[in-house]
Design a protein around this ligand. Sequence first.
Ligand code: SF4
Ligand code: MG
Length: 390
Amino acid sequence: TEDILRVNGLSTRFFTEQGQVNAVSDLDLRIERGEVVGIVGESGSGKSVTARSVIDLIESPGEITEGEIWFNEPDLADAVADDYPEAVDGSFVNLLEVPKQVRRSLRGSSFSMIFQDPESSFNPSLTVGEQIAEAVEVQQRASANPRSTRAKTQEYSLGRLMLSTVLPSKKYVSEASRERAIELLELVGIPDPVERADEYPHEYSGGMLQRAMIAQALAGEPDILVADEPTTALDVTIQAQVLDLLDDLQDETGMTILLITHNLGVVARMCNRVGVMYAGEIVERGTLEDVFDDHVHPYTEGLLGSIPDLESAGGRLEPIPGNVPSLLDHEMPDRCYFADRCPKAMEDCLSHPPEYEGRGTDEHEVRCVLATQEYSEARALSADYFGKDD
Ligand code: SF4
Ligand code: MG
């Protein structure tokens, strides 16, 4: 299978009053067309910023400061090759080397995102059906002339402008887009979609609105769906239903999904490959088997120990003691960022942050000294050591 996305050396910083926050550092990510790749980590590990960086949703004071995001889209490559030759490599386009409006024009049709909080995706004063129809319309305008990115961009903004002035009263752009919206609601399992299309977001339950958001995200038939904690806000039963839905949609459409979650249980169920994030870096990556059966990083081990049970609400969580370290540049230590919480820390971990090391299969990479050296009880430092040192 070919790659659809290659992210190289991505760094995203936030320039705050307290100083520079290294939210994502030197991140590499490869996604094949049609696969589901998971990024897992605790909150504050940088996984949402990674997702938002990929889809160009970083806003001031945040900024992508380094890296390349290569998107495999032959039509786009053709369209921008003359004006931005540096940004094109075969059928790949480096999205960070083309103007922002070109990137923005890909939203919906190439990339779509679903969030933890569906309220944020809907305007409370328009019906759910109208808003999904709007997403359908925008995509149709955009794809009317797929070879001209400039036209696509203009049509897109024009489409939004028109819709925002035309739609406040309850009116669909066209009967066809209304029908498509109802089809999409049906696809994501909304009962009585014809009636529900005319309801407002507040009339939907949390789980139903989550489904409606997925319908809206699918309206543009995106190549890549970025799902950021899509089920976290839902109760366990509904979580399982929404994951089933995503899984089914993925099987049916062959859509590529980048799934962001703190839950390795969700990863196990959905993903082909996974990256484990800690303190703005991927600390272990590999296939599902690499990460579940042959993991090396003690942080991965810790996350595996805290998998909540999706089936029973009483599932026990064993969180890893301690907190994600500060990502303020001047506070980040010159040692493994996990050392203060790591039960296997040893002297080598304290001299400098570990490099990536391959392990076994091609896909498996780990940022931990244990990847290259045998862990030895004798070299482990006791928790007391850290107490005294700090
Ligand atoms: Fe633990 Fe050392 Fe590996 Fe860091 S490098 S995770 S401190 S064993
Ligand atoms: Mg699947």
